[in-house]
Design a protein around this ligand. Structure first.
Ligand SMILES: [Zn+2]
Length: 569
């Protein structure tokens, strides 16, 4: 048994996420966590909501709520939806927790002790009316490029040009609408990532087993242009971890908070501390090399846009602290999922959002499609045709149909008891040889976190069972040799149990339904396949399950395609 720490990039708090976000990292992290638990390993799987920063403040203002209340509510909403998709976090934390506040301030202090923080004075837009500095997103004005009147300080949403607030024509405060703005000096803390460049480069170079997507993005940031730059880690905001605190090695940072990208990854650790407080568990044995974390394997899951922060910024925090924190061992990153010929769009309501998805079909349907089409080596695209075909063929025709045929046939001929012990004829022996090979390929793909390949290997195992049943044809055999037919069905029932165990990481609800109908709670991974064929003794009672999966009709497909096409602008 090994110990595995798994984290998924933490979703931002403002609003419900779409399926592209779900398959950005959380779902694959869940698959891996479930697989490792299934193999008997000790797993700590942490995720959280990312709650600080300007977008949360703006979303709260729009909702007419205090930002802390807004975040608390949205955290509960996201936690409930994550539960609906069966994301099996050991803890789903909050980056606004007291634990994260203390830990973020601790890291800032020790980084300063190590000479890795410098103070920088720069000029920033100040609103006299609002009495505060305005982050870029708090400033709107006319785009100098296209004339759009509601361009933001950082970007024009109309022509997508990247902007600087001073570029805007007639800039105004988003908070009050005031145009009484002026440039004033303000002080910020910068993390001296440039001083960490050689250490980070050597560390990245040592990760020869990482996906190219992870290392290539890291190297681009390390070496392109002038190389890795120092990064501002504070902002003029009130919602966040205060940058001025007792014992801080600097003065004059009142009214400023740490930048959301500094505190968010620290929440992986703080989230584990939240878990420890809730359960009485020991967080340090997962994170502190001086307190037992030396034998932990730490895997991070994320979308490609998060790779720079996880390969450079967060490691700068960890390595720069010179304290014995656990550093990530493997970074699994993903490309983007697109939606039906375009992109998912939160603002335009284009694509399927997580709550809507659960409103029309159970989570297993989505889990199976999203995982078997994970945007692994390139961007992937969701289409309703593909979704319908995949659900109807893989889930309904292959796995669902096998379970249904075997249990119904047994019920009609022999009743709802396992009709015999397994008898190994040449056919079963040959099948098991193929199964053993396929299982090894499945395990290898899962061990290496090749998500799409793992789905293919699992499906291939399901197909083997179907082919076996078709060739063994117990419905014909029973007419001349009832004993042989009983043996075939006993063997097939054992295959079905194996499918429940092996499929559980992908489709946990269906796996549970199969095991419930078999009245079996033996979820042991088939390390010994021969032993796995003796789990259900002759005479063991079962019930015929409801259809595991239903088919998606053409009418539904067309209806949903229309419904989720997005609002016109
Ligand atoms: Zn523009």
């Amino acid at each position: 048994m090994a110990r595995h720490l798994i984290t998924s990039a933490i979703p931002y708090i403002n609003g419900i996420k779409h399926l592209g976000n779900l398959v950005g990292s959380q779902l694959q992290a869940d698959l891996y966590a479930r697989y490792l638990r299934g193999r008997g390993h000790e797993v700590m799987f942490i995720c959280a909501t990312d709650e600080h920063g300007t977008p949360a403040e703006l979303a709260a203002a729009k909702a007419g709520k205090p930002v802390a209340d807004y975040c608390a509510e949205m955290h509960d909403v996201q936690a409930a939806i994550a539960g609906g998709f069966r994301l099996s976090f050991d803890h789903f934390g909050r980056s606004s927790s007291p634990q994260n506040r203390a830990l973020t301030q601790h890291f800032a202090k020790v980084l300063a002790d190590q000479g890795l923080i410098r103070e920088v004075t720069e000029k920033q837009m100040y609103s006299v009316t609002d009495g505060r500095f305005l982050p870029d997103r708090y400033i709107e004005g006319t785009c100098p490029n296209c004339g759009f009147e509601s361009a933001r300080g950082d970007q024009c949403d109309n022509c997508t040009k990247q902007l600087d607030p001073v570029d805007l024509i007639n800039p105004r405060s988003v908070i009050s609408g005031s145009t009484d703005l002026e440039m004033r000096e303000t002080k910020h803390l910068f993390l001296r990532q440039s001083a960490m460049k050689d250490k980070l480069a050597a560390w990245i170079d040592s990760k020869t087993d990482w996906p190219v997507l992870s290392t290539s993005i890291a190297k681009k940031w390390l070496f392109d242009g002038e190389g890795l730059q120092d990064r501002g880690i504070t902002r003029d905001l009130s919602w966040g971890v205060p940058a001025q605190f007792d014992g801080a090695p600097w003065q004059g940072m009142d009214g400023k908070v740490f930048y959301v990208w500094f505190d968010a990854p620290i929440e992986y650790i703080a989230g584990t501390q939240e878990w420890a407080e809730k359960t009485g568990g020991d967080w340090a044995r997962w994170w502190r090399l001086d307190q037992g974390a030396g034998d932990v394997t730490y895997t991070q899951f994320m979308g490609k846009d998060n790779v720079p922060f996880h390969t450079l910024s967060f490691p700068s925090t960890i390595l720069g602290s010179a304290e014995p924190w656990k550093l990530v061992d493997y970074i699994k990153s993903f490309n983007y999922l697109n939606y039906d010929g375009g992109q998912f769009s939160t603002s335009r309501g284009r694509g399927v959002f997580m709550d809507q998805a659960l409103g029309i079909l159970p989570s297993d349907y989505w889990r199976w499609w999203l995982l078997s089409h994970a945007p692994e080596s390139a961007d992937a695209e969701f289409t309703w045709e593909n979704f319908q075909a995949s659900v109807n063929k893989d889930l309904a025709d292959v796995l669902g149909n096998l379970v249904s045929r075997v249990t119904k046939f047994c019920n009609s001929k022999f009743g709802t008891e396992v009709p015999a012990a397994v008898v190994m004829t040449e056919r079963e022996t040959a099948l098991m040889a193929q199964f053993r090979e396929g299982l090894a390929a499945y395990e290898k793909a899962m061990d290496e976190i090749h998500v799409r390949r793992a789905a293919e290997e699992l499906r291939a195992l399901w197909v083997l069972g179907n082919e076996y049943l078709q060739a063994a044809a117990p419905w014909s055999v029973v007419k001349t040799d009832e004993e042989a037919a009983r043996g075939i069905i006993a063997f097939a029932l054992h295959l079905i149990r194996l499918y429940a165990v092996l499929s559980r990481p992908f489709i946990p609800d269906a796996a549970q339904a199969i095991m419930a109908s078999l009245d079996c709670e033996d979820w042991a991974w088939p390390e010994d396949l021969d032993a796995a064929l003796t789990v259900l003794p002759a005479g063991h009672a079962f019930t015929v399950p409801e259809n595991l999966f239903r088919k998606i009709t053409d009418e539904e497909r067309e209806d949903w395609a229309k419904r989720f096409a997005g609002r016109r602008e």
